[in-house]
Design a protein. Structure first.
Length: 496
C-alpha cells in the first residue's frame, strides 16, 4: 500500500496539468490574505473619514461658543447643545474645554487630555487635528483645536477636544470588508473552475498530439506534420521528428546490412560447402591437403567479407558516430597506424613509407578515422603487386588537410574512379580478391567528418605518361584552435 501511494504521488507530481494548476492557484492563495489585509486598511480609512468630519464639525461648533473677555476664555454652551453631543445611541461622545493652564473650563473631566508629547510641534489656532487614545479600555478617536486671541502666545491658547468611541467606525469598516470579501468566496471558486476549464482546453493540442502518435503504425517513421502544432510544442515536435529521422536511418542501415549479408554471404558459404563435400570424398592425401587449403582460403575470404560488412554497419549506425568530434593531430594518427601495417607489407616485399609533416589538426573521431585509414591501406596493399611501393602522407593546404595514400599498383581508369566507392563494386580483370566494401566504408566515414574521398590515377607528366598506380585522397577541413585575446599596451615611459 505504501509503495502504491508513493507511485501515485509521483504520478501526480509529474502531471503537467497539475503543475500548471498549482502554479496558477498557489499565487492566488498567497495573494488572497494580503488582499484582505489591504482591504481592511483601506476600509478603516474610508470608515474614519465621515466620522472624523463629524468630529470636526462638533469641535468647530464648540469653538464658536468660546469668547475671550479680557484675554480670559468664556464659553456659553446651552444644555440642549450638551445633550446633543451626548445623544449618540451607539458610541459614547466626550468633550472638554481646557484653559491654558490645563484646568477644565467645561465638558467631561474623564476625557483624556492631550499629552505634551502627543501635541504637534507646529499648529495654527483654528486648525483641527486628530489623535487616537483610550478611556476605560475603550479606543477613542479625538479631534482637537487650539483657540486664542490674535497675536497671543501659544501658552494662552485654549484647547477644545471632542472624543468618540469607535463602534460605528468598526461597523462601517466591517460592512465594507464584508461587501468586498464575501463576493470573493463566489468569485474565487468560479475562477478556479474557469482556470481548470481553460487549462483543459489549452492542453488539448497535447492530447491530440499524443493520440496522433499512439494511432501510428509501428513501422511508420514519417515526420509529424507541424501545420496544426502550437508554437510552444514546435520545438518538441522538431526534436521528435529528428529522433524519427535517426531511427529511420538506423533501420534502413539494418535493412541494407541484412539484405547485403543475405546476398553476399550466400555465394561464399555455398562454395565452402561444396569444397567441404569434395574434401570428404578425397582419399589421396595430396588432393585432400589441396582441398583443405581451398577451404581455408574460402574461410579467409568469408571472414574478410564479414569484417568489412560489420565495419560498414558501424560506419552507418554506430555509437561512435554519435560522439562529438574533437581536435585530432591527423599526422600523428597516420604515423601510428602505418607502423601497424609494416609487418604485413614486409611479407609481400612492399615498401610502405610514411612522409612526416608538421602537426596538423582536424575535428574527428579517432576510432572512425582509424577504420578509414586501415581500409585505405588495406585497399592499397591488395592492389599493389609484390615488390611495389606505398606512401602515406598528410599535407596542409590552407583551409584544408589532405590525407593521401599513394601506391604503385594496377591503377584505375578515370571512368571507374567514381564507381569504386559504390557498395560491392569491384574492377573487373584485376585478379584481386576483395569484398568491394573497403572504399564504400571510406566514403561513409569521410562524410561523417564533413570530408570528401576520391581515388584517382597519377597525373600525367609533360610527355603525357602516367606512373603506375593510383592516389587515394581524403580532404578534411582544417581545425584551428581559438586564439586568446591579447591586449597590446604601450610601453611605460620611464623618462630614461
Amino acid at each position: 500500500m505504501k509503495s502504491l501511494r508513493t507511485k501515485q504521488n509521483t504520478d501526480v507530481q509529474r502531471s503537467l496539468f497539475g503543475e500548471i494548476l498549482d502554479w496558477m492557484l498557489a499565487p492566488l492563495l498567497f495573494v488572497w490574505p494580503i488582499s484582505i489585509a489591504v482591504t481592511h486598511y483601506f476600509a478603516v480609512s474610508v470608515a474614519n473619514f465621515p466620522y472624523d468630519q463629524n468630529l470636526r464639525e462638533q469641535v468647530m461648533a464648540i469653538s464658536r461658543q468660546i469668547k475671550f473677555v479680557d484675554s480670559k476664555p468664556q464659553i456659553n454652551l446651552s444644555g440642549s447643545a450638551r445633550a446633543l453631543l451626548h445623544s449618540d445611541e451607539i458610541d459614547s461622545v466626550y468633550f472638554h474645554v481646557l484653559a491654558p493652564n490645563g484646568t477644565l473650563i467645561a465638558g467631561d473631566s474623564e476625557l483624556p487630555k492631550l499629552k505634551a508629547a502627543e501635541a504637534p510641534d507646529k499648529v495654527d489656532p483654528g486648525e483641527v487635528g486628530y489623535r487616537d487614545d483610550d478611556y476605560k479600555g475603550q479606543d477613542l478617536r479625538v479631534a482637537f483645536m487650539y483657540l486664542g486671541e490674535a497675536d497671543a502666545p501659544r501658552e494662552q491658547w485654549v484647547l477644545v477636544e471632542v472624543g468618540e468611541t469607535l463602534e460605528k467606525r468598526s461597523q462601517l469598516s466591517n460592512k465594507i470588508i464584508a461587501s468586498v470579501i464575501l463576493p470573493q468566496f463566489v468569485i474565487i471558486p468560479l475562477a478556479v473552475i474557469l482556470v481548470w476549464f481553460g487549462l483543459s482546453q489549452g492542453l488539448r493540442p497535447l492530447t491530440r498530439l499524443r493520440e496522433r502518435i499512439e494511432t501510428r503504425r509501428e513501422a511508420d517513421l514519417s515526420p509529424i506534420a507541424s501545420g496544426r502544432v502550437p508554437e510552444e510544442l514546435q520545438p518538441l515536435t522538431d526534436a521528435f521528428n529528428s529522433m524519427l529521422a535517426r531511427m529511420q536511418h538506423n533501420m534502413e542501415a539494418q535493412r541494407r546490412f541484412i539484405s547485403d549479408a543475405a546476398h553476399q554471404m550466400r555465394t561464399p558459404l555455398t562454395g565452402l560447402k561444396m569444397q567441404a563435400q569434395l574434401a570428404t570424398r578425397e582419399s589421396d592425401p595430396a588432393q585432400l591437403r589441396y582441398a583443405l587449403q581451398n577451404i581455408a582460403s574460402s574461410v579467409d575470404r568469408a571472414s574478410h567479407l564479414v569484417n568489412q560488412m560489420l565495419a560498414m554497419a558501424r560506419a552507418e549506425a554506430s555509437e561512435h558516430s554519435e560522439k562529438p568530434l574533437v581536435p585530432i593531430d591527423l599526422d600523428q594518427l597516420l604515423h601510428e597506424i602505418v607502423e601497424t601495417w609494416v609487418v604485413r607489407a614486409l611479407d609481400r616485399r612492399i615498401d610502405l613509407g610514411y612522409e612526416p609533416a608538421d602537426p596538423v589538426h582536424i575535428l574527428g573521431n579517432a576510432f572512425l578515422l582509424r577504420e578509414m585509414i586501415n581500409n585505405l591501406l588495406d585497399n592499397a596493399l591488395r592492389y599493389t603487386p609484390d615488390g611495389g611501393q606505398i606512401t602515406a602522407r598528410v599535407l596542409a593546404q590552407g583551409d584544408f588537410v589532405l590525407l593521401e595514400i599513394e601506391d604503385s599498383g594496377i591503377g584505375i581508369s578515370d571512368e571507374e574512379a567514381h564507381k569504386v566507392f559504390d557498395r560491392f563494386y569491384r574492377v573487373e580483370g584485376t585478379g584481386v580478391e576483395g569484398s568491394g566494401l573497403g572504399l564504400a566504408i571510406v566514403r561513409e566515414l569521410a562524410e561523417l567528418h564533413r570530408a570528401a574521398a576520391s581515388l584517382r590515377p597519377h597525373a600525367p607528366n609533360e610527355q603525357g605518361e602516367r606512373k603506375p598506380g593510383s592516389v587515394a585522397r581524403v580532404v578534411f577541413p582544417t581545425y584551428r584552435f581559438p586564439q586568446p585575446n591579447l591586449e597590446i599596451t604601450e610601453p611605460l615611459q620611464t623618462g630614461l
